[in-house]
Write a protein that binds this ligand. Structure first.
Ligand code: AKB
Length: 355
């Protein structure tokens, strides 16, 4: 399937132009005096693959009204009905500043970004959007004394990086614009921490697998697509070769990682903006085999997309996440078998596959 241009991931596939209609809802007036230690949070890119899982979890932990979900597009009814929402272009520093001030936020989870594969279709846009939005939220965090979470990625690594295992501290010469923005982002977050005392934190996420909102143009999207196609039609044509190994993680573990690093004791953190985290190493062939245990008729074939294969080949086979395990107790729950079972249980079976 050809990639669409200008997908702003965090947001979702194929939609590009910001809808600037004000949709802010007056959820923020409740008194905070009874629970002064509870966090007040702004999430950017809340409608994307991570945001659609993170916002409900943050609302469960900190309270519905304390989590302002923002996205460049209007958010769905479920998010809008459970707490405050706002249409927000994260590259607009003034608008981000106003949203954070009005919500009285003390933490920002900045998820809006363009991913690897789509980023290569318009590298200039990927650079501008990823860096402008990060600079905007960092400046707001500096001015308003907020903590900030920014996801980094296995995309920070490149062909010259050791592949198996990929150490926590190693060569980072990525060959995608996405990877370049993620390396620059890690360094910028370090800078704001060291020079301005901003409490910046982050993890290098691998490919994320989830049901619900889909991924928005990454090289690891095949690991989500495969499930949707398996359930819908019983067959999938993969755009990477059968033996391409990449680090992956099931979304519930990713959400634990994101909240885990933000809740970690800062005195124990040496690598605060850039922890390697992983849960499993998958090849298309191995995952197809696991799916077949549940859906014996499932068939996979391959039609390699050279552009995405080159990106996948430049990334690690297996990253070493011992720093995250040692510094803040990172421990994923889902391996390939547990993730596959859970995914298939949550995806709607089609009538042709029943009985
Ligand atoms: C992508 O494939 O671009 C992302 C990532 C690994 O950061 N899923």
């Amino acid at each position: 399937m050809p990639l669409k241009r200008h997908v702003w991931c965090g947001v979702d596939g194929g939609r590009t132009q910001p809808d600037r209609r004000a949709t802010f809802r007056a959820f923020t007036d409740e008194p905070t005096s009874g629970a002064p230690n509870l966090k007040r949070i702004v999430v950017t890119g809340a409608g994307g693959q991570i945001g659609s899982w993170l916002v409900p979890k943050l609302r469960e932990i900190y309270g519905d009204t304390r989590v302002l979900a923002t996205d460049v597009r209007p958010l769905g009814a479920e998010v809008a009905e459970s707490g405050p929402c706002q249409v927000l272009d994260a590259t607009d520093a003034k608008a981000v500043g106003q949203a954070v001030l009005r919500h009285r936020a003390d933490a920002i989870y900045h998820l809006a970004a363009i991913l690897s594969a789509v980023g290569e279709l318009d590298p200039g846009l990927a650079w501008t959007l990823n860096m402008t939005s990060l600079e905007a939220v960092l400046e707001v965090a500096r001015e308003q004394r907020c903590a900030i979470f920014t996801p980094s990625s296995i995309g920070v690594f490149g062909p010259s990086t050791p592949k198996d295992p990929t150490p926590q501290d190693t060569l980072m010469r990525p060959t995608t614009m996405y990877g370049i923005t993620k390396v620059a982002g890690e360094l910028l977050c370090d800078y704001y921490h060291h020079h301005h005392g901003v409490d910046t934190r982050g993890v290098r996420l691998p490919g994320l697998i989830s049901y619900g909102a889909g991924p928005g143009g990454g090289t690891t999207d095949w690991a989500v697509d495969i499930f949707r196609h398996a359930v819908r039609s019983g067959r999938y044509t993969c755009f990477l070769s059968a033996d391409t190994a990449l680090d992956m993680m099931y979304m519930p573990d990713a959400i634990d990682a994101v909240i885990g690093i933000m809740e970690a004791d800062p005195s124990r953190l040496t690598h605060r903006n850039a922890f390697n985290v992983t849960a499993m190493q998958l090849t298309p062939e191995a995952l197809a085999g696991e799916i077949k245990k549940h859906l014996p008729g499932f068939e996979i074939s391959y039609s390699v997309d050279p552009a995405r294969q080159v990106i996948a080949d430049s990334w690690p086979d297996r990253i070493d996440d011992s720093a995250a395990r040692n510094e803040w107790g990172w421990a994923p729950q889902f391996d390939m078998a547990a993730m596959t079972k859970d995914m298939l249980e949550h995806l709607e079976p089609q009538p042709s596959q029943e009985g």
